[in-house]
Every structure is written in C-alpha cells, then in structure tokens.
Design a protein around this ligand. Structure first.
Ligand SMILES: [Zn+2]
Length: 505
C-alpha cells in the first residue's frame, strides 16, 4: 500500500463539516498535539471568595471564542482572562465560577479590568504562516499573469530594490502595521537576499510588537535567478549565519518575540551546495526553516528532473525538514511525502487564494487535516492580495468546496469533483489560530492558561460594519461563522501580542 500510517487515500471517506449549527459539534476525531494546560491558580481568601491571581497584571472580561479542538469551538458568553506581567495567560475563568462577580469587582477596583461591550468578542490572534514582505507594494498587481511573467515583470525587480535599506524602512512599517490592524499577531516572513533590509524587517516587527519570523532569502542558482538578484553560495551562507546571530541579539528581543528563519526560496533557486549548507545551519542553530514546497506542476517537475526526488525528499535529505520547518503550499504531495512531513512534525502553510492563481491544482486540505499533519494558513502576500487571515479562512473553505464539486460541466456531477474533500469554517479557523501556533512552535492560538496573550477584540458594532448579529437569531456557532467570514479591519478594535497592546482604536 502506497500510503502509510493514518494518511488516508485521496478518496477515503471522512466526516465532513456539517451545517447543523450545533455548538461544539465534533467534525473530525483527531486532536492536535497541545501542551497540557497548567492548573488553575485561583486564590481563595478566608471567606472563600475568589481573588485576583496575585501575579495578574490586567484582565479582559467579555464574550470569547477559540478552538481548543480541531473542528470544534469553545464559546463563553461571559468569561474573564487574566494576564501576567510577562504577557502570559494565567487563567480563564467562566462566569459560572463561584465568586465570579466579586473577582471582577476586585480587578476593577484595582484598575486592572477591561470589560467588553455587547457585540464585542475576544478571540485569539491570527497566525499568518506565509508572507512575502517585500512584495507588499505589488499587492493586487498583475495577478492574472502566469507565474513566470509575474515574477520576472513585477516581483524580482521589486525585491531587488531592497538592496537600499531606505526602501525597506519605507515599506516594512506600513506592512507590519497593516497586518497587525487586520488581527495578525504572528507572521512568518520571506524578506529578500539582503541582510540589512531583512534586519530592518525584524526590527520593525519588534518595534511595532508583532511576533515575527523573518527569513533572509537564499537564491544562488544562476540558471534560475535573474543576474541582478542573486547571491553566491558562500556569501549567501555567511550572510544567513550572520543574520541568525543578528536577529537573536537584537536589543529588546530578550523574549525572542522575533526569530530568524532559514529561507531557501525554493528548490530551483538554490544549488545543492546551498541547500546542504543551509541544512547544516538549521541543525547548528536549531532554527526555523521555511520554503516553498511542490507549489506547481513546474516546481514539482523541476525537482524530479534535477534530483529524481520530490521537494519533501530533497529537503529531508538536506537536513531542512524538521519540527520547525514550514512548507508553503505543498500541493503535489505523494502519500510518502505526507508521511515524511508528519513524522518530521514539520508544518504546511496552506495558501488557498494564491493556490488558485498559481498552483495549477487544489490543495489536499481535508487529507492533511485528517492525517494529523501540522497545518496553518498563509495569505501569501503578494501572490494573493488580501492582508487578512480572516479572509484566508474564507478562501480555504471556498477552495475546498470548488475541489469537492469540480468545475467541468461536461462531466456528470458524480465524476466532476473529489467527493468528501470540503472543510468547515471551524477547520479553517483552527488552522488560522491553533494550527498556526503549532507550526511556529509557539504557545499562541488559544485563550488558555500558559499561552501567550496574543488576542484581538472584534466589534460587530464598529462603524460601517458588515457584521449583522440580530438578537435571538444566531446560535453561538452562527456568530462565530459570521465573525470568520465578515470581520474586516475596521471591526478589529484592539490587538495584543504577548500582553502588549499594539492596536487600539
Ligand atoms: Zn510564497
């Protein structure tokens, strides 16, 4: 049998997302591997009343949503989240807990309580696993071109401009602020080949308070890279090692909010010597790794032709496939590739909208989720133009639905698509939060004790809101699906990263 472990064959049956509207309905049986939550540390005084935890720095009270289990969700109409001075959640207290009102009053008296208003929802921050930071100025341009033309005409000339650090100082703050304002608390970035500009991106994340994973790109194969945008193998490896050290030593980065990422652009842009050298750096520095993986027919065929292997096999043999690896796209995966990714505990960045432009095929999202591979979402700016992981959730659902139904009207419905391949909005939202957190190896994506307080407040009553939540008409699941589909930048009132308020309006 070609596929091993629990990886299902492409046509295997599974439980698909139902539209029953029941809160907490289990759609898939598999559970993510999450660290066990720490125990409750509520303090009781002599009269047995609940008191704020002594290390509580501030607390937020209101309605909240998150997805502790893949395909399910947890909702509280009223709950309290306490956060310590390090920005870590120390308790989630439901309103049903004894002494809840007194606890909230004590926090209010101490000036530590933020209370949400009706129509506001506390949610985990979004994780964007794939962003090309230097492409921000081209977002929305030329996306009806073939990939080769798009790269040659727009992307490479633009990325080459980042040789000038001043250009980086102009572009990167605008991008990082736009992502934070859209609720993206963690972002995994491709920068460019240039060390100074890539370091400016890392400094920008740190200054604006975003959890950033920043990669100086490597591309040294003269047959595939334009002559004006290439590095030598030796210089590229030396620059990468220096970049790792520089990011880790940035002043103010003691909590490692910003992390260096080893970033071979993709197999065709790198020589085997470069890939091997980067693999050695990944092992030596225990670094995150990101790259593109089997994104298109051309990329898949290039690897088979030049190495006789798939991208996954090449990265594995070069020492680049590990528990800190993020593989963007991963469209053309064999069953063996999927097993290798799962066994290595590497993660996939699913980029549904850019896949529709450039991937030539649909992502096997259902199989990846059911096979217990780590997977999160990426906007893939600017291979897709929209800087919102909320929107990416919608794209992921749309992508799976088109795949399930198919498109060729000359075929009968039964032969048109791939039955049973749809995903639910809860699956998508889980990928955007918990799945992303697992991919970056950070305790983010849940509003649970021990997790970083990376969170946002969505306000359905913001001015010009498209979120319409008429009283008594929506179940908790209905509301969450609406929040996923219709949250826009102006609905996001407040954003915290590691307990620091980075957006407030
Ligand atoms: Zn990409």
């Amino acid at each position: 049998m070609a596929h091993g472990g629990n990886i299902p064959a492409p046509d295997s049956p599974h439980k698909s997302g139902s539209a029953d509207g029941q809160a907490g309905t289990a759609l898939v049986s598999s559970r993510p591997t999450l660290p066990a939550p720490i125990g409750r540390r509520l303090l009781l005084d002599t009269k047995n009343k609940m008191q704020p935890i002594d290390t509580c720095c501030f607390a937020v009270r209101g309605a909240l949503y998150h997805c502790p289990v893949k395909g399910e969700f947890e909702h509280h109409a009223d709950a309290l989240v306490q956060v310590d001075a390090e920005g870590t959640i120390i308790d989630l207290t439901p309103a049903s807990a004894p002494g809840y009102a007194e606890l909230c009053q004590a926090l209010a008296d101490a000036g530590k309580l933020t209370e949400l208003t009706p129509g506001q929802y506390l949610m985990p921050g979004m994780v964007d696993l794939h962003v090309h930071a230097p492409q921000w100025p081209q977002a929305g341009k030329g996306l009806d071109l073939p990939l080769y033309d798009w790269l040659q005409d727009y992307t490479f000339p633009l990325e080459a401009r980042f040789e000038d650090p001043e250009f980086a100082r102009q572009v990167y703050p605008h991008l990082v602020n736009a992502l934070l304002a859209n609720g993206t608390t963690s972002a995994v970035y491709f920068a460019t080949v240039h060390n100074p500009a890539s370091l400016i991106l890392a400094e920008t994340c740190l200054a604006l308070g975003q959890r950033g994973y920043v990669g100086k790109i490597n591309m040294d194969d003269a047959s595939q890279c334009p002559p004006y945008y290439i590095e030598t193998t030796d210089q590229g490896l030396a620059d990468t090692e220096a970049f790792i050290q520089q990011v880790r030593a940035l002043p103010g980065n003691e909590q490692q909010l910003v992390n260096p990422v080893i970033t071979p652009r993709f197999v065709p842009s790198c020589t085997p010597e470069m890939l091997k050298g980067l693999g050695e750096l990944a092992q030596r520095y225990h670094c995150h790794v990101q790259t593109h993986c089997s994104e298109s027919d051309w990329a898949r065929d290039y690897s088979l032709e030049h190495y006789g292997q798939s991208d996954v096999e090449i990265y594995r043999d070069m020492g680049l496939l590990g528990s800190r690896t993020i593989l963007a796209h991963s469209i053309f995966l064999s069953d063996e590739d999927m097993v290798a990714i799962r066994d290595a505990q590497a993660a996939i960045a699913h980029c549904p909208l850019s896949n529709m432009y450039f991937a030539n095929a649909a992502m096997k999202t259902r199989e990846v989720l059911d096979g217990d591979l780590q997977v999160g979402l990426g906007t893939d700016l600017a291979g897709a133009p929209i800087p919102s992981v909320f929107h990416t959730c919608l794209d992921a659902v749309n992508h799976s639905r088109v795949r399930e139904d198919g498109t060729d009207t000359h075929r009968p419905a039964s032969e048109r698509g791939e039955a049973g391949s749809r995903i639910s909005f809860l699956d998508a939202y889980w990928m955007a939060t918990v799945g992303g957190g697992l991919a970056i190896d950070a305790k983010v994506g849940l509003l649970a004790p021990g997790y970083a307080f990376d969170a946002l407040v969505v306000d359905a009553n913001a001015q010009d809101s498209d979120l319409y939540l008429p009283e008594g008409m929506d179940s908790p699941r209905d509301v969450l699906e609406k929040l996923i589909c219709l949250t826009r930048r102006h609905n996001i009132r407040t954003v915290w990263v590691q307990g620091r308020k980075v957006i407030s309006k």
